[in-house]
Design a protein around this ligand. Structure first.
Ligand code: ATP
Length: 494
């Protein structure tokens, strides 16, 4: 489901009496989230990410603009009618309920419109098929569930649910036939008896349907006057069970269904929250900083999980975060926001490689980009007295900011001396395995310390040292507007 956001604006009214001005949390935002992709909404605190997400969810009404899901205008649709799954930072599971019941919660009282099906017949056929194809394994499962001389019905049913992806009530019905207690001729006779009973039941059900004036098609849907019959109804217990089992398998919490949330780790709890959002099979999944309550290791693990789940379901997803690394690693596309305005929208690597403003350049990258005060005149760029590069785009005499990515510094023997254009004062050297981080200083530097990442094999000394700069890792921004000055034609960022 594609999401299209057109000229979306949200202004919160201020209070003139208290001298509080209006706040435009989101201003004229245009974004396209392509079907089946994951969009990362990224920006510092207060930039309007959550307000945007809540407008997509229908929890906040826009002041202006439109939101479309596919070809449906949902701008004024109530949240429950939008077909969304929402996961908050504070995932708020019900502590007194089991994981199963937490995931089940959105399905209670849910009305669905479906084709009317002969469920009993479908179930009976499924059981017949399982008996024909898997009788030996079913008996084995049941036998291995015998505990202290008693058969644990629940354990049997659960194993069968996992093995054959059937609903619990089907597993229980198979169990009730008692195949596990029989062998040889007795077993054979029992199997024949069960099959005959099921076949008789199917015939009786079919007759009932026909008597009521319907026929059944190949999918066992009710048909009247040539048209498939639809019904609006509550989900059946089995349908609810099937949805819970399917979602639990997808997010890999199937082994925890009987536990309470307090018996799970933070990452597992968050997966339960995701299952709860997905169980209704929403058209769109909306995640508001879903990882911020987790520790560093779990954050990485859970974000990979979210990516896997998103890919497997193909559900169009919007993911809000202020963590650039998280957004970069998980998103097909990111939108970087500042004070309610979209600064840039593109694939994460493209935004990193080709930032359109100083703000975006500084926001992406770890370690962050190194920013120097510079100047250009006569088609050349200077940092302090040193001429860094020549380019016709730098003809105008003006102050600029120069951004150099940490991996952009060159000090190897293959870089000719004439290309070593910037002198940095190396203050410390930190070896980090394959790479080495140089902590440097320069009078025109804008931040605290310059970080240069270079190959740990290279020879470096403390003190002044000349560096070359990789052309693709240097960016020039106007000193006032902070917008990018493009040194190559046709390289503008979106
Ligand atoms: P964070 O990462 O801190 O959650 P955010 O990017 O999600 O921030 P929003 O919560 O969307 O930002 O808020 C955007 C702006 O709108 C902020 O300046 C905030 O103070 C303001 N704002 C949000 N809700 C209201 C409100 N109900 N009334 C007035 N101003 C609001």
């Amino acid at each position: 489901m594609e999401i299209r956001i057109n000229h979306l604006t949200k202004t919160f009214p201020g209070n003139p009496k208290k001298n509080i001005p209006d706040t435009t949390a989101v201003g004229d935002l245009n974004v396209l989230v392509e079907d089946g992709t994951l969009l990362g909404l990224l920006g510092p605190s207060g930039c309007g990410k959550s307000t945007t997400l809540y407008m997509i969810a229908g929890l906040k009404q826009p002041t202006e603009g439109e939101i479309w899901f596919g070809d449906e205008d949902v701008t004024h649709l109530a949240p429950e009618k939008r077909g969304i799954g929402l996961v908050f930072q504070n995932y708020a599971l019900y502590p007194h309920m089991t994981v199963y019941d937490n995931v089940k919660f959105p399905l209670t009282n849910l009305n669905v419109t479906t084709t009317k099906k002969a469920h009993r017949i479908i179930d009976d056929y499924e059981i017949l098929k399982l008996i024909d194809e898997h009788l030996d394994e079913i008996i084995e499962i049941e036998k291995t569930s015998i505990f202290k001389g008693k058969v644990s019905k629940e354990a049997s049913a659960r194993k069968m649910v996992f093995a054959y992806h059937v609903v619990t009530s089907l597993a229980n019905r198979i169990f009730s036939f008692g195949f596990h207690a029989l062998e040889g001729e007795e077993l054979k006779a029992k199997v024949e008896e069960v099959k005959a009973a099921l076949s008789a039941e199917i015939e009786a059900e079919k007759a009932k349907v026909e008597k009521a004036g319907y026929s059944l098609n190949d999918s066992y849907e009710y048909v009247k006057d040539g048209a498939v019959v639809k019904e609006t109804r509550r989900l059946t217990k089995d349908e609810i069970d099937a949805l819970i089992q399917e979602t639990a398998r997808l997010v890999q919490i199937d082994q925890y269904l009987e536990r309470k949330p307090s018996e799970l780790s933070g990452g597992q709890q968050q997966r339960v929250a995701i299952a709860r959002a997905l169980v209704k099979k929403p058209r769109v999944l909306l995640l508001d900083e879903p990882l911020s309550n987790l520790d560093a290791r779990l954050r990485i693990q859970t974000r990979e999980e979210i990516r896997r789940i998103q890919r497997e379901t193909g559900i169009t997803t919007v993911f809000v975060t202020h963590d650039q690394e998280e957004a970069m690693s998980i998103s097909d596309k990111i939108v970087v926001m500042k004070l309610g305005i979209k600064m840039q929208e593109d694939a994460p690597q493209e935004v990193y490689r080709n930032p359109n403003s100083l703000f975006v350049a500084k926001f992406l990258g770890n370690p962050p980009i190194n920013v120097f005060k510079g100047h250009c005149k006569g088609g050349a760029l200077y940092i302090g007295e040193e001429k860094i590069l020549s380019n016709p785009a730098l003809a105008e005499d003006r102050d600029v900011y120069v951004g150099i990515r940490p991996e952009g510094f060159l000090c190897d023997e293959h870089t000719p001396e004439k290309d070593k254009v910037l002198t940095l004062n190396v203050e410390a050297i930190q070896t980090m395995g394959r790479d080495m981080s140089l902590i440097c200083n320069h009078p025109c530097f804008e931040g605290e310390v310059i970080k240069a990442i270079i190959d740990s094999e290279l020879k470096v000394n403390i003190g002044p040292m000349k560096f070359g700069i990789r052309p693709s890792k240097i960016f020039v921004f106007d000193g006032k507007s902070e917008e990018r000055i493009y040194l190559e034609e046709g390289k503008k960022g979106k």
